[in-house]
Design a protein around this ligand. Structure first.
Ligand code: 4AD
Length: 575
């Protein structure tokens, strides 16, 4: 074909196939022109608007077309070659993908023909949870292999992996994980080939010990002889697969938006399982101490811990609040039930976003009758340590705790006891300033950051006691020797800070009424509380422990938000 002339204008040309390469429809780059028409053509180039006018020429010189330089031609040829190679590679890839898709389609069509049925001549499969032991283990003659009875398990696919003709599935049911092996026709079925994570399955087979050197949960694996994915049990795959929605790299806010899926992950589910054990342990300890559980109301018309954090709502045209603490109600139970406790929700309209504040949290609260302040501290120490002891006595729970918090140690007793005034001195000595950046002085609230730094440096649980009257709640009993301070205690724990707040309660009627007046709280609505001081008062005290903070410590979680099922905090009330 005769040599043609193509035009390249680096300023106004365009590198698109619809461009003709003529003077009136030039390309933008030589590389593109060569790619379109090969290198055996004539190419003329210019920069119509930005080109430099040769010295001595008039201004129309910039519009002249010029043959391309050799070096530019060489570069353009290289570019065109690379582009051609790339196009060939892409075509090959597309072809390969099409072939693979066709192959997969064919394999899947074939797989649909493989129908498996449970072999009813086999022994009946006994249903077990994934952490349960095989009901009737039988040791084989050489003592190395253990043959089990047939078992039937239900669960969801936690992980899956294929190896030639064998498929390994890790099944999860909330009680444990179990490795399952599909071989032969089972591994070739349509359901096996298209298996997605989180799919629910029913599997029958025989449990065997894993071969030496291999690893699997509880050192065993289920050799499946039958499985079924019932209608509607399949989990979404492709872009919608769970692994594309939540992963280790997903932002924390997204993980909380998808909490229903995050909860299926190993960390979240371990924390929730430990939480169940801890809550149970509190109940056990309180039963050991012969304390009675009560269930005070959540909808109330009185405050306990100050108006600033009250959630107010309209209660049939009356003003009401979500409870901040069940303490006042617990106190009313002492005369009839003895020592009492509750594990209920408390609500705080906290406006700050910290890692240890929730708007709704689980509050473990107790109230003890006829005690001294020292009795209260001893009791608290015992409860905390005993709860840890009971929790860790369950091997599964202890394993979860140690996986979440490998350095966890049961705290030594007695806890360090430190008066507020000593803490102020300590903070000054260690150069830790107050919230205004100044040296701490008596009467300052010890803010979260300073409190945590102090606890982390001391590095063991601390009972911080005897806070000044002005910075504590109205109901706290004053120290009889030092009336400027209260018989109050915060238990501080490394990594978290305050996990418990407690005190002896003011039990003298007149003193309590004066406290209401001092705090400018109308006592009328509290008649049921103040009446306790009228009808047989007693020296008594109690405390509240934030369950999520306790868990953040035990399970080494950065925030209490990860220690409850569906956290509520400033800006989040969903899902
Ligand atoms: O120190 P607080 O406010 O004490 C009381 O409510 C007392 N009336 C309890 C009582 O004596 N029965 O709260 C007690 C504990 C804190 O130490 C902390 O662990 C937890 O409750 N807590 C919170 N946890 C999560 N989010 C919040 N916003 C919390 N506020 C308090």
């Amino acid at each position: 074909m005769a040599e043609q002339t193509y035009y390249i204008d680096e300023d106004v040309g365009e590198d698109i196939a619809s461009q003709a390469g003529t003077e009136s429809s030039p390309y933008k780059s030589l590389g593109f022109a060569v790619l379109q028409h090969g290198d055996s053509q004539q190419f003329l180039t210019r920069k119509s608007t930005t080109g430099t006018i040769p010295e001595g020429s008039d201004s129309s010189a910039r519009l002249e077309w010029k043959p391309v330089a050799k070096a530019a031609m060489k570069k353009a040829k290289n570019y065109a070659q690379q582009q051609q190679k790339k196009a060939v590679r892409e075509q090959e890839l597309v072809a390969q993908r099409t072939r693979e898709e066709a192959d997969r389609k064919r394999v899947l069509e074939e797989a649909k023909k493989i129908l498996i049925e449970e072999d009813m001549s086999l022994p009946k499969a006994e249903r077990i949870k994934l952490d349960e032991t095989d009901p009737k283990k039988v040791k084989l003659g050489n003592g190395t292999d253990v043959l089990g009875t047939r078992v039937r398990v239900f669960g969801r696919v936690h992980r899956e992996r294929r190896q030639k003709e064998v498929m390994f599935i890790t099944l999860r049911d909330g009680y444990g994980l179990m490795q399952v092996i599909f071989t032969g026709p089972l591994a070739k079925t349509y359901d096996a080939l298209t298996l997605t994570r989180e799919t629910s399955m029913e599997i029958c087979g025989e449990l065997r010990e894993v071969p030496p050197g291999a690893h699997a949960p509880n050192n065993r694996e289920l050799h499946a002889d039958y499985f079924k994915i019932h209608k509607g049990w399949k989990a979404a795959g492709g872009d919608d697969a769970i692994t594309n929605r939540v992963s280790k790299d997903t932002e924390h806010a997204t993980l909380l938006d998808l909490r229903h899926l995050t909860l299926r992950g190993e960390t979240a589910s371990k924390v929730m399982i430990v939480r169940d054990a801890v809550e149970y342990a509190f109940n056990q300890v309180y039963k050991e101490l012969r304390m009675r559980k009560v269930s005070p109301p959540a909808l109330v018309q009185t405050q306990v811990e100050g108006g600033a954090t009250l959630f107010k709502f309209d209660y049939y045209n009356e003003k009401a609040f979500l409870t901040q603490s069940s303490q006042l109600y617990l106190e009313t139970c002492l005369p009839s039930m003895g020592d009492v406790y509750c594990i209920e929700k408390s609500f705080r309209a906290e406006k700050s976003l910290t890692r240890r504040h929730l708007a709704e949290y689980t509050h473990v609260e107790a109230e003890l009758d006829f005690i001294t302040f020292d009795d209260l501290l001893d009791h608290l120490e015992l409860v905390i340590c005993r709860v840890v002891e009971i929790t860790m006595s369950d091997p599964t729970i202890a394993k979860h705790v140690m996986e979440l918090n490998p350095e966890f140690k049961v705290p030594d007793r007695p806890f360090k006891r430190m008066k507020y005034s000593e803490a102020i001195k300590w903070l000054v000595e260690h150069g830790i300033p107050n919230e205004d950046g100044e040296e701490h002085k008596f009467g300052d609230d010890i803010a979260e950051a300073a409190e945590r730094r102090m606890t982390d440096i001391i590095n063991r649980p601390v009972f911080l006691t005897h806070f000044p009257v002005e910075i504590k709640a109205f109901y706290m009993q004053k120290d009889k020797d030092e009336p400027l301070v209260t018989e109050s205690v915060d238990c501080l724990i490394p990594g978290v800070g305050e996990i418990v707040g407690g005190s002896m309660r003011m039990y003298d009627y007149d003193e309590l009424m004066a406290a209401f007046e001092r705090e400018k709280i109308d006592p009328a609505a509290y008649y049921w509380y103040t009446d306790q001081r009228k009808y047989g008062s007693s020296p008594h005290g109690g405390y509240g422990l934030g369950l999520e903070r306790f868990l953040a410590w035990l399970c080494k979680q950065h925030t209490v938000r990860d220690c409850c099922l569906y956290p509520r905090y400033f800006g989040r009330c969903a899902p």
